[in-house]
Design a protein around this ligand. Structure first.
Ligand SMILES: *[C@@H]1O[C@H](CO)[C@@H](O)[C@H](O)[C@H]1NC(C)=O
Length: 114
């Protein structure tokens, strides 16, 4: 059987008590399917310029929320995942290089208020 489907992603704005959740997600529609080996970018816009940090999570079925990155000022890298923040543009991005089927899932970004 041909394996053409790499990973499918869903991105959501996270609602937790301690975060403000005002960001819009650039992707439209918010579901994205990529081929295995492709690169993927998620963008998370937020509107509160006083926000201190952005946090990225992945939700895995049966495993709950996994914290991927906590980004306050500079970019971070973890294996094939990288995240950056641009405080001027109120934008945080999550990059996945060489997408693999196990990357499939729901990704969430949360903005920490002042
Ligand atoms: C994905 O990104 C990596 C690192 O930036 C680059 O080397 C590679 O060519 C990109 N792959 C594709 C399919 O664009």
């Amino acid at each position: 059987m041909e394996k053409s489907l790499g990973a499918s992603f869903l991105i959501f704005c996270l609602h937790l008590g301690w975060v403000s959740c005002q960001q819009k997600v650039e992707q439209s529609p918010p579901t994205q399917t990529v081929q295995e080996g492709e690169n993927t970018t998620f963008s998370c816009h937020y509107s509160d310029s006083g926000s201190r940090a952005v946090q990225w999570f992945k939700q895995d079925p049966g495993k709950g929320l996994i914290s991927l990155f906590y980004i306050a000022s500079e970019g971070k890298q973890k294996g094939r995942l990288r995240s950056t923040i641009n405080r001027k543009e109120l934008l945080s991005s999550l990059y996945i290089t060489d997408s693999q089927p196990e990357d499939s899932g729901i990704y969430l970004c949360a903005v920490e208020p002042q």
